[in-house]
Design a protein around this ligand. Structure first.
Ligand code: AMP
Ligand code: MN
Ligand code: MN
Ligand code: MN
Length: 277
């Protein structure tokens, strides 16, 4: 069982790297990638837990990219976590993230959240501040009913708590991953709310930037989407990846490792020599 997309408390996940790995091992996952948003700080802890459980941990990260004024997510896999170029790139994104957090905090304070930056930082702890942290504050303070409503009313593009930023480019994200010896995968092609035409444009741009793989099976795709994504990947010579995008046990509909197999005959990222064995 293999799962190449998951989050911990180092970004917007609810389990520590240790807890995440334990949960994955209990669920029967044999190969897991921890892919926190714009940080690799959880990998060392995850690796310690993985060796205790006899689970294979793949180095991972989910890089935020701005493309055509939209956000895309590029998953990096099996890179050297000590690479200086990747570290520098992620540090720049963390600065963008922190500046954005200040601006989001100021905006939601106007809607009644007290001390938003300080509290978001406290929720995030050692990890990156993400929009789900602000969603929690909006919910805790009774301004929204739940996370979904907080995104819908305040945090998604076009809403008053949204701040648009320039993350990095597709090309740079791919170059950082390649520079560190890793594999670059375009995450969840059906997760951006794109039309079919925009989805195909994004996949084309990612392949043109030198990307290696496309996420085909995720925790929320149906078989028809998986077959469609496999066709997109095929057209651009991209390999297939699978990952739940697990964030929290409260997402009861989504489990670590519970993913369909890649559509028949498709080349996978784990067949790539860079993935190792
Ligand atoms: P950020 O990178 O800080 O902008 O946060 C992005 C994260 O927010 C995604 O990885 C999801 O975990 C979560 N997210 C994005 N959109 C939604 C939404 N509409 N509802 C719930 N969670 C969302
Ligand atoms: Mn997330
Ligand atoms: Mn994502
Ligand atoms: Mn993710």
């Amino acid at each position: 069982m293999i799962d190449l997309h998951s989050h911990s408390t180092r970004s917007d996940g609810r389990l520590t790297p240790t807890e995440l790995v334990a949960r994955a091992a209990n669920a029967g996952v044999e190969t897991l990638a921890l892919t926190d948003h714009d940080t690799i700080d959880g990998l060392a802890e995850a690796r310690t837990a993985a060796s205790a459980h006899g689970l294979r941990l793949i180095n991972g990260v989910e890089i935020s990219v701005t493309w055509q004024r939209r956000t895309l997510h590029v998953v990096g896999l099996a890179f050297d976590e000590h690479d200086a170029g990747l570290a520098e790139g992620l540090a720049a994104l963390q600065k963008v993230r922190h500046d954005r957090a200040e601006r989001i905090a100021a905006k939601i304070e106007k809607h009644g959240v007290a001390n938003a930056l300080e509290r978001a930082q406290e929720l995030a702890g050692d990890g990156q501040i993400t929009r789900p942290h602000f969603a929690r504050l909006l919910t805790e303070d009774g301004i929204c009913r739940d996370n979904a409503q907080a995104f819908k009313r305040y945090l998604r593009p076009g809403r008053d708590g949204h701040v648009s930023v320039e993350w990095t480019t597709l090309l740079r994200a791919v170059q950082w991953i390649h520079g560190a010896g890793g594999i670059a995968v375009l995450a969840h092609p059906f997760g951006y709310g794109f039309s079919g035409a925009w989805r195909q444009r994004a996949v084309t741009a990612f392949a043109a930037a030198g990307g290696d793989g496309l996420e085909i099976c995720t925790g929320t795709t149906d078989r028809q989407q998986e077959v469609t994504a496999a066709r997109d990947a095929d057209q651009h010579g991209l390999a297939g990846s699978v990952g739940s995008d697990f964030h929290a046990p409260e997402q009861f509909w989504l489990a670590l490792g519970r993913l369909r197999a890649l559509p028949g005959g498709m080349r996978s990222v784990w067949d790539d020599p860079r993935f190792g064995d």
